[in-house]
Design a protein around this ligand. Structure first.
Ligand SMILES: [Zn+2]
Length: 563
């Protein structure tokens, strides 16, 4: 489970997505204005706002049962609502702004082919939910067995909440980018052929998908599938968890679809390394809008918690740059989302959301955190100076305005860190081999060590692991006294005092280390800056770090003096 989970999270990142959460009906519908748990069933009947009301002259009112938030928050109770009228109730849940299909654990789905061999299959996409004889959908309940990978209730839940999200963005703010039936898949599972499963060391047959994602039309390549005519939001069934049951996860993925593929979708080198913050901001906005739609700051109370309580994201917990950065986009998105949540409290939800959405329109694939802050402050300024001041003050307090991705190198263990996320460095393979980064692929973060007066040397140690079977980590560091090493955006060369491969530690081969002295540390007191590098083909992850300051000159095979 661990390995599969880790792998899928990476997929999620690569296709601009992955789990989030929030929950609740949208503000703008009367039910959405409570403290996240207002279960006023009947008032939810106007789902989707003015443009999306299911006025259906002939047929019965399309009543249905859904979780307003998620099974945990709603304590297992569904609530009766009115769906936006589907185009043809006898054909399933395809309507003006959502086309929801069940992805069944049955043969007949798209084949996954590698090296001219069928290695597996995607689940089979079918409309299974159908209106009853009375024209309603009330006969569709949550399944008795929560692990049911084919339940029709997931379709109803998805259809309702996608229209809620559409109604929020269009009804409140006039956004029309997603004015078409967005494809949405529920109960996503993958089939692995038995002989292939043996080869890759996974169980054969149907595999749960422990994630949710917005997949752009060309993003199905992550599943080794061909491009589609349009992007989709997809939701897995994994063990006892059906990710489509969590409205906050739906709103999160819907926001990714709204942001689209032309905004916040790059991973480019900047002076500090490989800048993952556009992707982190994409996650941060997805969390923020899920939270504002539900009027509740917790994302993933049900839909993420299966992966561990530390994965659930609470926007009311302040995160700042650089101290809380991890290099992982969901965790680091919390710097922005927690700042926006405070801004929302200070200026009011409607004003905050309007300013943030207008600023978002001007974002590009590679908008930086600092540029994002300026765009939001400028939009606020266009309305009133006091609000602009609030935006500026809170964004600054969270470090959004200047976000330099440089943290102190100190004793650290991944399992004891709040997010339990290793410092990860992408491999050369992900950039097409050796050519792109001759010195190694830079990490997303840099580190600094404070050198007290009289320091003769400093030992830096870490434990690193490389992804892939039998793969050894090939890590290195670029070091520079006084100010940070820099990465050249154009030729990806690195300016530093030295680039030094980390070596097996003489005291413990589970560790890699270097002891730096002489010109490596500059010979004076001050700061030493360190940029981690991955010289291997596969992703490397640092799971433990240590630092030792030496006041007398040490010796040993890993001593470097940069002479
Ligand atoms: Zn996401």
């Amino acid at each position: 489970m661990k390995r599969l989970h880790t792998r899928v999270w990476l997929v999620g990142a690569a296709i601009v997505a992955a789990t989030a959460c929030g929950s609740d009906p949208a503000p703008g519908t009367t039910a959405g204005q409570g403290a996240g748990v207002s279960d006023d069933a009947s008032s939810d009947a106007t789902a989707g706002g003015s443009d999306a009301t299911g006025t259906d002259s002939a047929a019965a009112i399309p009543r249905a049962k859904v979780y307003l938030h998620d099974p945990l928050t709603d304590q297992g109770q569904t609530t009766e609502i009115t769906l936006v009228a589907p185009t043809d109730p006898s054909a399933g849940l395809a309507g003006p702004y959502a086309d929801v299909k069940n992805c069944l654990n049955e043969q007949g789905g798209e084949e996954i082919v590698r090296f001219n061999q069928k290695v597996g299959a995607f689940c089979k996409e079918v409309h299974t939910a159908k209106a009853g004889a009375d024209g309603t959908w009330l006969h569709i309940d949550p399944p008795a067995d929560a692990s049911d990978p084919n339940d029709a209730f997931a379709e109803v839940q998805m259809y309702h909440h996608v229209h809620q999200a559409h109604g929020y963005f269009k009804g409140q703010f006039g956004l029309t980018d997603l004015d078409y039936p967005l494809d949405a898949l529920v109960n996503v599972n993958l089939y692995i052929e038995p002989d292939i499963a043996v080869l890759v060391g996974s169980p054969p047959g149907w595999q749960g998908y422990p994630n949710a994602a917005f997949v752009p039309k060309e993003g199905f390549a992550a599943f080794k599938l061909p491009p589609r005519d349009q992007g989709a939001i997809i939701f897995g069934q994994y063990g006892q968890t059906d990710l489509s049951y969590d409205a906050s996860v739906i709103y999160h993925e819907y926001t990714h679809a709204m942001i689209g593929t032309t905004r916040l979708a790059s991973m480019l080198p900047d002076v500090y390394g490989l800048d993952h913050m556009p992707g982190a901001m994409n996650e941060g906005f997805a969390d923020y809008f899920a939270a504002t739609m539900t009027n509740h700051p917790v994302i993933g109370a049900y839909g993420i918690s299966f992966a561990g309580p530390h994965m659930v994201r609470d926007l009311s917990v302040t995160r700042t740059c650089p101290d809380d950065l991890t290099g992982e986009i969901h965790a680091d998105g919390r710097v922005l989302s927690s700042a926006l949540w405070r801004i929302r409290a200070a200026v009011g939800p409607d004003r905050a959301d309007a300013v943030i959405l207008r600023a978002l329109q001007a974002f590009t694939k590679s908008t930086t955190m600092a540029a994002a802050a300026q765009l939001m402050i400028a939009e606020a300024e266009a309305e009133d100076a006091v609000m602009a001041g609030t935006f500026a003050k809170i964004l600054k307090e969270h470090g959004v305005d200047t976000c330099q991705r440089i943290k102190e190198w100190k004793a650290w263990k991944v399992e004891e860190s709040p997010d339990k996320v290793a410092y990860s460095m992408m491999g050369k393979q992900e950039f097409g081999g050796n050519a792109a980064f001759p010195d190694g692929v830079p990490g997303h973060l840099q580190f600094y060590v404070v050198l007290p007066s009289g320091t003769k040397a400093v030992t830096l140690r870490w434990q690193a692991e490389a992804q892939g079977f039998f793969s050894q980590p090939a890590t290195a560091i670029a070091v520079k006294p006084a100010d940070p090493p820099t990465v050249n955006f154009v030729d990806t060369s690195i300016t530093a005092r030295a680039v030094l491969p980390m070596s097996p530690d003489p005291g413990d081969i589970a560790w890699q280390s270097l002891t730096l002295a002489g010109k490596c540390i500059g010979g004076a007191d001050g700061k030493l800056f360190v940029l981690p590098l991955n010289q291997g083909q596969n992703t490397a992850r640092v799971t433990r770090m240590e630092v030792t300051i030496h006041k007398s000159m040490p010796s040993g095979p890993n001593l470097r003096s940069c002479e």
